[in-house]
Ligand binder design. Sequence first.
Ligand SMILES: CC(C)(COP(=O)(O)OP(=O)(O)OC[C@H]1O[C@@H](n2cnc3c(N)ncnc32)[C@H](O)[C@@H]1O)[C@@H](O)C(=O)NCCC(=O)NCCS
Ligand SMILES: Nc1ncnc2c1ncn2[C@@H]1O[C@H](COP(=O)(O)OP(=O)(O)OP(=O)(O)O)[C@@H](O)[C@H]1O
Length: 197
Amino acid sequence: MSFLIGLTGSIGMGKSTTAKLFAAEGCDVWDADAAVHRMYGIGGSAVVPLSGVFPEATRDGSVSRDVLKKIIAEDPTALPRIEAIVHPLVADDRQAFVANAISDIVVLDIPLLFEGRGSQGVDATVVVTAPAEIQRARVMSRGTMTEAQFEMILSKQLPDAEKRQRATYVVLTDTVEHAKAQVAAIVSTIRQGLSNA
Ligand SMILES: CC(C)(COP(=O)(O)OP(=O)(O)OC[C@H]1O[C@@H](n2cnc3c(N)ncnc32)[C@H](O)[C@@H]1O)[C@@H](O)C(=O)NCCC(=O)NCCS
Ligand SMILES: Nc1ncnc2c1ncn2[C@@H]1O[C@H](COP(=O)(O)OP(=O)(O)OP(=O)(O)O)[C@@H](O)[C@H]1O
């Protein structure tokens, strides 16, 4: 059984980038957002259940994220209903990944690690963080969300300060080089612990 790290952080804080740094250290990485992308794609497991609730959100056999975002903006009950369908599918996908992983350390990139039950069953947590203004600038520069959509997602997430307080390890994502050094130190500490066990 691998040592399980739950990697989290608020929107735009650098989870995906930091996950790649763990992969470069030899860790198998599972990404919850990527799992959702697969599930929304053609033949994905969320397409049929979501079309039952929001028929207008599925087009040509896949889920339209733009339509979903419009629905969520107009109907406050929509996101909880989407989550009720998607989250159990995400949990199944994660379980299957962990069962097949072979690396000594497995990293689970989970945006809602502390909001949901995701932190159950992990051996350590890593929270990525950056100043709030940098976070906002990063998300806005992607051009995929309006300020209102960003604020809505942020309001659903545990505040950054609380995440940091709950973390086993914190990674400051000010530069990639700095993040890389912090990841290397975390991996080395955990591997040392494993070899002494
Ligand atoms: C709202 C949607 C349509 C936005 O899609 P879009 O392609 O613009 O953004 P993306 O999926 O890349 O998410 C951007 C950021 O928002 C975060 N986020 C997404 N959904 C949620 C949520 N329900 N609660 C809090 N944060 C969320 C993501 O983790 C990520 O950090 C999409 O994220 C979605 O369908 N969310 C519901 C499924 C879900 O809960 N996913 C979270 C991880 S399991
Ligand atoms: N250590 C770092 N130093 C400098 N910039 C970084 C660092 N980590 C991430 N970034 C930048 O921040 C932006 C967001 O990074 P990333 O996509 O990794 O975040 P995320 O937390 O996965 O985002 P989301 O929650 O929206 O999925 C990207 O433009 C990325 O280049």
